[in-house]
Design a protein around this ligand. Structure first.
Ligand SMILES: Cc1cc2nc3c(=O)[nH]c(=O)nc-3n(C[C@H](O)[C@H](O)[C@H](O)COP(=O)(O)OP(=O)(O)OC[C@H]3O[C@@H](n4cnc5c(N)ncnc54)[C@H](O)[C@@H]3O)c2cc1C
Length: 384
């Protein structure tokens, strides 16, 4: 077996230490307060700095990647450990990177200097805004418009399912600068949350966290808000997703690992028919299957994250890891719920929370169906 890079072992230990004992506190808070507390926990431990390139005030990633980017392996190590403890710790860490990476890729040196060190320290909260009511899996259907003005740009449109909506200090937004829906011609912008004409309508999802709709009504931004080149925003959005997507699979593995730990403890403790549940072969087989699937998910994540860090052709490996680990985590958490019997669906039980936490992973940052399409295209040599 390959030796673990010392930084990855260190990051896992730091994440574990920071997260330990925070679960009950986070569960007792309101959605918004819990999210802010989760961010406070990960920023205090210095972990948020790994979501921002070293060049822009982020942490040194021990040579795992160049200073202009963030290490997928470091993110995966952190996400796996944080998700084991609580989904919000994982989410609040990674959104800092996902929301700000387009600025690292395409922002002017001044904009990067203004925003990114504050993201790395957790003082400014980022959000990533692609999805619209009529544009989800297919980004080319985006209708949010950015129109040139005398001093910059004006944005009009609606984004939805935006994590951190309402608590973010800025949004990186994909908007149409040319053509009609169904065509290319999108550009990426960085928009301050306090811009006139920007409004947020929060809503609730299965695993509570700040999320909602973000409306842009004649929102004016300066020229420097354009990230990268005009009409080349799709490439920026896809490059961001390519760097961060393996982390979704790592979080799935963290949830699944926790579910397996919870199951084994419960099966060993709980007695029925005069003996511990752990002595029944049907349940022992389940545990064995959970373990094998978890290990497979971990190996796929390791392979994908290494390829991403080394700059190789990673899209097939990333699609495989995201598809398998997220689908698998739902299956493992479902088995854990079954092992707990009625307690498995009782609010407040860890496996009940894990069951809810894992579900959206199969939907965001590219659904399972989209991962299958990507993988099949790679397998057929880029055709289809
Ligand atoms: C909890 C949560 C957090 C999110 N956070 C963010 C965020 O911060 N920022 C952001 O921009 N977005 C975010 N999203 C949105 C997410 O990225 C989209 O939900 C996702 O891309 C799917 O888009 P959709 O919901 O419009 O589904 P649709 O694209 O309408 O798809 C519906 C179903 O059809 C399937 N489908 C679509 N096209 C095909 C095809 N060609 N072949 C086969 N099947 C297909 C899909 O896989 C899916 O099962 C979040 C979503 C959730 C649930």
């Amino acid at each position: 077996m390959k030796a673990v890079h010392p930084l990855l072992a260190e990051l896992r230990a730091r994440a574990k230490a920071a997260a330990q004992g925070t679960e009950a506190r986070l569960d007792a808070l309101s959605e918004r307060e819990a999210a802010l507390e989760a961010l406070r926990i990960v920023r205090k431990a210095g972990l948020v700095a790994y979501t921002v390139p070293e060049r822009d005030g982020g942490a040194h990633a021990g040579g795992l990647c160049t200073p202009e980017t963030v290490s997928a392996r470091a993110l995966c190590a952190l996400r796996d450990e944080l998700a084991w403890q609580h989904g919000l710790l994982d989410l609040m860490l990674v959104e800092q990177g996902l929301g700000s990476f387009p600025v690292a890729l395409g922002g002017t040196p001044e904009l990067r200097a203004e925003l990114l060190p504050a993201v790395a320290s957790g003082e400014r909260i980022a959000a990533f805004a692609l999805t619209e009511p009529d544009a989800g899996s297919n980004l080319s259907d985006i209708t949010t418009r950015a129109t040139r003005t005398k001093h910059g740009w004006r944005l009009d449109g609606t984004k939805t399912f935006i994590t951190n909506a309402g608590i973010a200090h800025f949004y990186t937004v994909l908007a149409r600068t040319r053509g009609e829906p169904g065509e290319e011609g999108l550009s990426m912008f960085c928009v301050n949350a306090d811009a006139k004409g920007l409004s947020v309508s929060p809503f609730e999802v299965l695993a509570p966290h700040p999320i909602g709709e973000v409306r842009f009504d004649a929102v004016e931004v300066q020229e420097r808000a354009l990230l990268g080149r005009e009409h080349e925003g799709t490439a920026l959005a896809l490059a961001t997703l390519a760097r961060f997507r393996t982390g979704v699979a790592a979080a799935a593995n963290g949830f699944a690992r926790r579910a397996l730990d919870e199951s084994m403890a419960h099966l060993s403790r709980r007695k029925q028919f005069g003996r511990p549940l752990a002595t029944f072969q049907a349940l022992r087989f389940d545990v064995a299957e959970m373990d094998v699937r978890l290990r497979a998910g971990q190996l796929l994540v390791d392979e994908a994250a290494e390829l991403v860090d080394e700059g190789g052709r990673a899209s097939a490996a990333v699609a495989r890891a995201k598809l398998f680990a997220t689908e698998n985590a739902s299956w493992i958490c479902d088995r854990a719920v079954q092992h707990f019997g009625g307690l498995g669906v009782k609010r407040g039980t860890v496996v009940e929370r894990l069951f809810r936490d894992t579900r959206a992973l199969r939907i965001y940052e590219g659904t399972s169906e989209i991962q299958r399409l990507v993988l099949a295209r790679e397998l057929f040599g880029g055709r289809g």
